[in-house]
Design a protein around this ligand. Structure first.
Ligand code: GLU
Length: 469
């Protein structure tokens, strides 16, 4: 199998493009085939080097690699001209000065259903000669067969008068030259397919690709992926939340979760499993199970999946990713995090039950590194007279706790003893302590948090909270 991903670098890589890239990648990896990356940069105005870099960067972040390329479509213009000459020479294409108005006029006279044929001239744009008879049949692996009667098809313009190739021509020739066996792309390209097939057939008939004796020229299999909708059933757009891979990255999603989620947009495992590792996706992915109906992008489900993937990461690995995320987001300095690397691993371990994305870590656990945050309402609510009295008791108990280790069970036992002695409710003891160490009323588990901070740091923070302000 030879597949390709052919983005137009006119902006960021969007969810739809990322899904197309992923499906091609999964098919290539499943079959032990090759994935070709082709950058369709013929729109010179919009295809900037920054946009190309942005797309490559998004693919790298998604951990989707490619085997050949990136091939720039713009670098192939000589080849496009060469094929065009062959088609003109063999009579399968012709020059014509017919304009869009001429085509409209023709339709007015002959009926809209009747395909337009131009008059051959010495100069003008290049049109492909659609055979009078027969039909072009698109075999789509997802949608089945669609037949396009030639009488209804206009002779398509394939190059401008200056000989520069138009989109459908360039795509078809590039697919042919790269020996692509499967064209897997978004449904919006369905209507281009008959034109591209006609170009391929004409090019093969004109002998642009010498075949070994006896070999049949073969055309690629097409597969058009279903549209993407938002949860409201409308075409996916910005208003449905994160729209580009870059935005997903900044929102703190893990690439493995994004791959898992994108794979489910139009595809499903035989057992309907939702949580799938990339290895499982590669093993199970097939075009046969891609659906025709629109898929729904729902960020709530992605968040949930991200939480699942996050909890499956070893704490060391999670810490590594958190460090990178926090650094990139500029939430903390490297010095703050690397002063005690074990603290980050520990904080990752005790926080992940309460997190769905990397972005949720810092608001929850930043206090381990920066000291208690400022939250006057939490102080007011929990550090009143009674709260401070209980906090003082907790302080004394923790000061004596845990020989030899100041660990979670030791902290729990020390606090249990205070509860028993004072008859206080757990919450009335734990919340003041939480506010003392974290500054706020939400944190990872209190025993784990206190144990991670260590006795010295905990007592210092409690003392600071008890000190008159
Ligand atoms: N360049 C096209 C796009 O970004 C894809 C063309 C194709 O896959 O045939 O939408």
């Amino acid at each position: 199998m030879r597949l390709r991903f052919a983005p137009s670098p006119t902006g960021a890589l969007h969810i739809g493009g990322a899904r197309t890239a992923l499906f091609n990648w999964l098919l290539a990896r499943h079959a032990g085939g090759a994935l070709v990356l082709r950058i369709e940069d013929t729109d010179r105005e919009r295809s900037t080097p920054e946009n190309v870099e942005q797309i490559l960067d998004a693919l790298r972040w998604l951990e989707l690699d490619w085997d050949e390329g990136p091939i720039l479509q713009s670098a192939r213009s000589e080849r496009h001209r060469e094929v065009l000459e062959r088609l003109l020479h063999s009579g399968r294409a012709y020059r014509s000065s017919a304009t869009a108005e001429d085509v409209q006029e023709y339709k007015r006279r002959h009926g809209a259903e009747r395909g337009f044929r131009g008059a051959e001239e010495r100069s003008g744009a290049v049109r492909l000669r659609v055979p009078e008879e027969g039909a072009t049949v698109v075999h789509d692996a997802i949608r089945g067969e669609t037949s396009f009667e030639h009488v209804h098809l206009d002779d398509p313009v394939i190059a401008r008068a200056d000989g520069s190739a138009l989109y459908n021509f360039a795509v078809a020739i590039d697919d042919l030259d790269a020996a692509i066996t499967h064209v897997v792309r978004g449904e919006d390209h369905l209507s281009n397919t008959p034109k591209q097939l006609l170009v391929l057939e004409a090019a093969l008939a004109a002998g642009i690709r010498p075949l070994p004796a006896g070999a049949e020229p073969s055309l690629p299999v097409y597969a058009h992926l279903p549209l993407l909708h938002g949860p409201d059933g409308r075409k996916l757009s910005k208003r449905h939340g994160a729209a580009s891979v870059q935005e997903l990255r900044h929102a703190g999603y893990l690439p493995s979760a994004v791959r898992n989620y994108l794979a489910l947009l139009g595809w499903g495992a035989t057992d309907d499993a939702t949580v799938l590792s990339t290895e499982a996706l590669i093993e199970q992915f097939s075009l046969e199970r891609v659906s025709r109906s629109p898929a729904r992008f729902d960020e709530t489900k992605l968040r949930w999946l991200d939480g699942v993937h996050l909890r499956e990461l070893p704490a060391q690995e999670l810490a590594r990713r958190l460090e990178q995320f926090i650094g990139e987001a500029g939430l903390a300095s490297e010095a703050q995090l690397s002063a005690d690397p074990q603290r980050l691993v520990g904080a990752a371990r005790i926080s992940r039950e309460k997190m769905q994305t990397l972005a949720e870590f810092w608001p929850l656990a930043g206090f381990f590194f920066t000291g208690p945050v400022e939250d006057p309402s939490a102080r007011e609510r929990w550090l009143d007279e009674r709260g401070r009295a209980l906090l003082a008791q907790a302080r004394d108990a923790l000061a004596l706790a845990g020989a030899p280790d100041f660990d979670e069970p030791a902290v729990e036992a020390a606090l249990a003893e205070v509860l028993e002695r004072t008859g206080a409710k757990a919450r009335d003891l734990y919340q003041p302590l939480r506010v003392a160490i974290a500054g706020r009323a939400v944190s990872p588990g209190i025993f784990e948090s206190v144990a991670l901070l260590g006795r010295e740091e905990t007592l210092a923070r409690v003392d600071a909270a008890l000190a008159p302000r």
